[in-house]
Design a binder for this molecule. Structure first.
Ligand code: GAP
Length: 539
């Protein structure tokens, strides 16, 4: 299993990720991308935007697609009319279950606190902890020993069960030792907690001025559906994509950036005829899975988890999650990277008629105690008229919804590799290398003069200048060349170009491949086209 600690330390050391506001002690659930991280995440979002939106050819039907289709983009605001969140269902339903500890006054997400049963002299208790999975067993043992006041020499008298469980899997919390408590049974019953961040519009600050930071980018797309249809002449089937920040006040943000309070989503709302929605659902599910493997996630670490029929809303024919075996999860467990959901006509109709009641079939508007819509819709007609058949209908929606930060984390986890490579003296040494796909790599190539004399820096700088017009490249003339290679391996740079003594006479340089370590001599004049053709081969 890859070590999460080693990856987290590399991310900080090399400038992929920093804790937000670190000099003030940090703030939980918020992360900053450093100079390498920002390039990685930008490359990831650009790859998504290109592959899903700008590079899509609407004249050709892609393999597996029921027909040709169009794709356009949007960039909506983070703060929207408060009614959006009432009709979308987030105001009433977007919550997690949390428990409070009466002793420590801390609050936890019920389904995310893990622990194990421990037993001492016939007394069995459940010890919970927020420790990462790698440290969990040791931490449970330490807390169990402390609870039973055992000394190190009596450690054998305490048994710790192998199975790790979350609190929601227990019948009762009576015998639970909460993560920060000294006594048993201090946790309250689980309660609902809305995850939306509240904010206030304007200076008056009354209840009617309350609105929310968006918890998903999707709603901006639904409320602009008519604007897009009227302004861009798209015809169904078509998709609208958006990349942007979302905010959720997660109760227990954890596992590095996996569960953050501020994160970015890459979402598509794909509008189609209700009769074709099943086919489109299957198409998007398979297409999105293939996107991750093409960019380097190994298919052994990825699964497609179809939701069971009882998990689905009745209007939905399917929802599937693409999940990755993140190293911080127990063996055999996977974390969600993306959800592909069939949302029927729930969203467009809710924004038209008023929030629908998902428990009704066919769905009707949810009413309050006065028999009026609980949350009023916009009253705008969001139905679509096919200009060829003249049929009018409310489109069904397939939603592939991905997290940019989770995807970046998965690619970082997958890329982290320790292998052996010879140093400058030919001695084998352990090297840390980030085997990122060249499309995602923050730096595409590094250019080194072997030494800082004999005209080598001048030649190297010329090559650097020529490459910089196309790619983010790096110039480094400092220190032993072996050490310069190692730094680029850790940054995930796929190619290193070295100018040496021969370069001045035979006008060639070496290109070293990060993964194979193969060194090829290439004419100086061909360096740019060589890097371009290697980058294209990987695209
Ligand atoms: N519009 C549908 C929607 O938002 P979701 O499953 O709640 O669906 C979609 O979120 C994706 O957003 C997830 O698969 C995940 O990649 C990402 N995501 C959700 N919550 C997140 C969080 N707290 N931190 C990081 N990424 C998150």
């Amino acid at each position: 299993m890859k070590s999460m600690d080693a990856l987290v330390s590399l991310c900080k050391r090399r400038g992929f990720l920093f804790q937000s506001s670190e000099i003030y002690g940090g703030v939980q659930g918020f992360w900053d991308y450093g100079p390498l991280g920002v390039e990685l995440k930008r490359n990831l979002k650009d790859a998504w935007w290109h592959d899903m939106i700008s590079g899509h050819n609407e004249l050709v039907s892609p393999v597996g697609a029921p027909s040709t289709f169009e794709m356009v983009g949007l960039d909506c605001t983070i703060i929207m009319h408060p009614q959006v969140w009432k009709c979308s269902g987030h105001y009433d339903l977007f919550h997690d279950h949390m428990v409070d500890c009466r002793e420590s006054k801390k609050r936890y997400r019920f389904d995310q606190v893990r622990g194990r049963f421990v037993e001492y002299q016939g007394k069995k208790i459940f010890v919970s902890t927020l420790a990462e999975i790698e440290q969990e067993e040791d931490e449970v043992r330490r807390l169990g020993m402390k609870f039973f006041k055992l000394r190190a020499k009596n450690a054998d008298e305490l048994t710790v069960e192998k199975e790790s469980l979350t609190l929601d899997k227990l019948d009762s919390t009576e015998n639970v030792l909460a993560p920060d408590a000294k006594t048993l049974g201090t946790l309250t019953e689980p309660r609902e907690f809305n995850l939306m961040f509240k904010t206030t519009l304007g200076a008056l600050g009354g209840e009617e001025d309350t609105t929310f930071l968006r918890p998903e980018t999707a709603q901006g797309i639904f409320v602009n559906f008519k604007n897009v249809v009227d302004s861009s002449r798209v015809r169904i089937p078509f998709g609208i994509g958006q990349v942007g920040k979302s905010f959720r006040n997660e109760i227990t943000p954890r596992n590095f950036t996996f569960r953050s309070r501020e994160f970015e989503q890459m979402e598509i709302e794909f509008f189609c005829h209700p009769n074709q929605s099943q086919e489109w659902y299957r198409y998007w599910r398979d297409r999105r899975m293939a996107w991750y493997t093409k960019l380097g996630l190994s298919s052994e670490s990825l699964i497609m988890r179809e939701h069971h029929t009882e998990e689905l809303a009745h209007y939905s024919v399917g929802t599937a999650d693409i999940e990755y075996a993140f190293p911080f999860l127990p063996e055999g467990e996977y974390g969600e990277l993306e959800g592909i959901a069939h949302r029927g006509d729930f969203d467009l109709r809710s924004h038209m008629e008023g929030k629908l009641d998902p428990a009704t079939n066919p769905m009707t508007v949810e009413l309050n105690e006065h028999g009026k819509p609980k949350h009023r819709g916009s009253g705008k007609d969001l139905a679509y008229r096919d200009d060829i058949t003249n049929e009018k209908f409310v489109p069904h929606v397939i939603e592939p919804s991905a997290g940019a930060d989770r995807a970046a984390l998965a690619f970082l986890c997958e890329a982290y590799t320790e292998d052996e490579a010879p140093d400058e003296n030919g001695k084998m040494q352990t090297r840390t290398v980030m085997k990122l796909d060249p499309r995602l790599a923050p730096i595409k190539a590094a250019v080194f003069p072997l030494v800082k004399k004999d005209g080598m820096p001048e030649v190297a700088q010329e090559i650097y200048g020529a490459l910089k017009e196309h790619y983010n490249v790096f110039y480094d003339a400092k220190g032993a060349v072996g050490r310069r290679y190692r730094r680029q391996d850790e940054a995930g740079t796929p190619y290193c170009i070295t100018v040496d003594g021969d370069s001045l006479t035979d006008k060639t340089v070496t290109i070293r491949d990060r993964d194979t370590l193969e060194q090829t001599r290439v004419k100086i004049d061909d360096v740019v086209s060589e890097i371009q053709s290697r980058m294209k081969a990987n695209a």
